[in-house]
Each structure stands twice: as C-alpha cells, then as structure tokens.
Design a protein around this ligand. Structure first.
Ligand SMILES: Cc1cc2nc3c(=O)[nH]c(=O)nc-3n(C[C@H](O)[C@H](O)[C@H](O)COP(=O)(O)OP(=O)(O)OC[C@H]3O[C@@H](n4cnc5c(N)ncnc54)[C@H](O)[C@@H]3O)c2cc1C
Ligand code: FES
Length: 290
C-alpha cells in the first residue's frame, strides 16, 4: 500500500510518494561480507514485494525484536530481490549484519527522493559519481542504471575508502575499471602492503576525471565532511550547485514525516531527501547544530 506523505514544505522540492508503510516480510537469500564490519544482504520477498525502489531511495529494515534502521538500496535483483549493504555501528545494524541465510526481516518503503538517473534531463550530460566509504552503497544502483541506458555524456566513478580492506564491492570496481565506457578511480586514506593505487582524498580524483563542468551532473554520497569537500571541489571546477546532488543522513524513525527526527531546517530528510541539491543543503549545513 502506498500513500502520499504530508504536503510539501514551502521551498522544498516535491515530496516523494511513500512506499509500503507497514513491514513486508523478506528472507535473507544471500549474505556476503564486504569488509570486516560491512555485510551485503540479498533479501527475497515472502509477502507482496514493496514497490520497486529507484536508485538513491532507502527502506526501513526491521530485524524483529530489535528496532528499525534506514538502509539504502544498494542493488536490485530479479523477482523483487533487494540488496542492502550495512555497516554494524549499533544494536539494529549489528542485528542486521548478524542475520544468516533464511532469516526473516521486515521491510517498509521505499522512501525518499532518488538520484534522478532515469530522467531525460541527464541525456547528453556528463555524470560524475563521488563516493566516500559506504556512500558507494546508494550510488551503486545509480551506476547500474546509467550504464544500462543510452547516453552520450561521459560517466566517471570516483571512490574513496579508509584503507584497501575497507573498499566495498572491490570485485565489481575491478570489472568497472576494465570497461571502456566508464572512468573509474579509487583512492584510500592509508595504503597497505600490496596496494599500488592512489593514496589521498577522493576529491583529489576530480582533477583527472573527464567531464565538462558546464554540462555535468554530480552524485555525491559519503560522510558529511567528505560531501562538503566534494561539493566545494565540484563547484570550484565550475559545476553548478543545483547540479550537485548529495545524499544526506539524518536519524530516522517513522520515515513518513510524522516524528520529526530527521528534520533539517524546513526539510524532512525522510521525504524531501535523502537526495537533495547542494544548492539547497549547503546553507542549511552551514548552520551549526541545525
Ligand atoms: C537515508 C539513509 C540511508 C542509510 N543507508 C545506510 C546504508 O545503506 N547502510 C548502512 O549501514 N547505514 C545506512 N544508514 C545509517 C543507518 O540508518 C544507521 O547506521 C542506523 O540507523 C544505526 O542504527 P543502530 O541501532 O545500529 O545504531 P545506533 O545505536 O542508533 O547508532 C550508533 C551510532 O550511529 C549514529 N547514527 C545513527 N543513525 C545515524 C544516521 N542516520 N546518521 C549518522 N549517524 C547515525 C548514532 O549517533 C550512534 O553514534 C542510512 C541512514 C539514512 C538516514
Ligand atoms: S523520520 Fe522523517 S519525520 Fe520521522
């Protein structure tokens, strides 16, 4: 069942249509360890599946008896299968990461805004994807969608991680690197034995990325400090702030504009976001403790 969430706040983008608002049961079909503290779960529906999420949207995952957590969709499989990539940071995410094959979880959603990669607005534009750490999770389905549609613009994927061991989807990044239609660059904060790649900030990778700033859309996700640096770097290169799309993280509870946990000034990140233009979020993030 889908319902439209409360009327849009003045000055905010159009709010998304909220997905299923009570949990559907999904079963863990596959569990893969990405890094020592990050796991990817493939979830297959036991009930009617939730409406198909768009790249950038999130769901509320409910390991029964623990609590709910907002988790992005990191991939979509056949038959309504959802992929989620989760870092264990507290009780709920630890419970999710500990789920084994066959375990059952509740899923509400999908919620929020998306990257807009299905829009014809992107035709002919270059796209620069900038991911820090687990920020690659919500960006991965956007890259899949962009690779699957005819576009004349160039596509760059820039990825940063703390260390080589913290890189998620390392095999897939390797496959992407071998493609001729994609520029991929990866960097780490701290190298390790055997790492012969770049060391430094993900924003350092912008200089070698092939894009025309006047005709570019950027998709950015990662820790807030990294997103600020990336957005400023893109702006300095000449990309319009309206064309820099950032995915924000705020504490979520209801995900349907009822509780106010996710409020950021006039915005409710669960419905107006998580993906918002840098032009909208920059003034709000500049206000301390908003
Ligand atoms: C739109 C959205 C998409 C997200 N996608 C993913 C994802 O794909 N994978 C993933 O692992 N996590 C994702 N998160 C973060 C995830 O929701 C939190 O890590 C989770 O709710 C923490 O719950 P917990 O009970 O495990 O830990 P808690 O005990 O609630 O928190 C542990 C620590 O994390 C901090 N924290 C909790 N929630 C957030 C948050 N939303 N932002 C910043 N800090 C927080 C707390 O302050 C505390 O320090 C997303 C969050 C949002 C808002
Ligand atoms: S989580 Fe956004 S209002 Fe409740």
């Amino acid at each position: 069942m889908a319902e439209r969430v409360a009327t849009a706040t003045a000055g905010s983008p159009t709010r998304a249509l909220a997905g299923r608002t009570f949990p559907a049961r999904y079963r863990v079909a596959t569990r893969r360890a990405e890094t020592p503290d990050v796991v990817t779960l493939d979830l297959e529906p036991l009930d009617d599946p939730i409406p198909p999420p768009r790249p950038g949207q999130f769901v509320m995952l409910y390991p029964f008896g623990t609590g709910e957590a907002a988790i992005s969709v990191s991939g979509l499989g056949d038959g309504g299968t959802l992929q989620h990539t989760i870092r264990a940071v507290g009780a709920t995410t630890r419970a999710l990461c500990a789920l084994g094959r066959g375990a059952v979880v509740g899923v509400r959603g999908p919620f929020g805004s998306d990257w807009g990669v299905g829009s014809p607005d992107l035709d002919g534009l270059d796209v620069v994807v900038v991911a820090g750490g687990l920020g690659i999770a919500p960006l991965r389905p956007a890259v899949h969608a962009l690779l699957g549609r005819p576009r004349s613009g160039r596509l760059s994927v820039l990825v940063g991680a703390r260390s080589p061991a913290d890189l998620c989807f390392a095999d897939e990044l390797g496959r992407w690197r071998r493609r001729a239609d994609l520029h991929v660059a990866v960097t780490v904060d701290a190298a390790a034995p055997g790492w012969d790649g770049s060391v430094g900030l993900v924003t350092d990778l912008l200089a070698a990325a092939p894009f025309d700033p006047r005709r570019t859309v950027a998709l950015v996700c990662g820790p807030e400090v990294m997103m600020r640096l990336a957005a400023r770097g893109l702006e300095a290169a000449g990309v319009a702030p309206e064309r820099i799309r950032c995915s924000l993280e705020r504490n979520m509870h209801c995900a349907v504009v009822r509780c106010g946990h996710c409020q950021l000034g006039p915005l409710f990140v669960c419905a107006d976001g998580p993906v918002l233009p840098w032009a909208t979020v920059a003034p709000l993030l500049a206000v301390r403790e908003l």
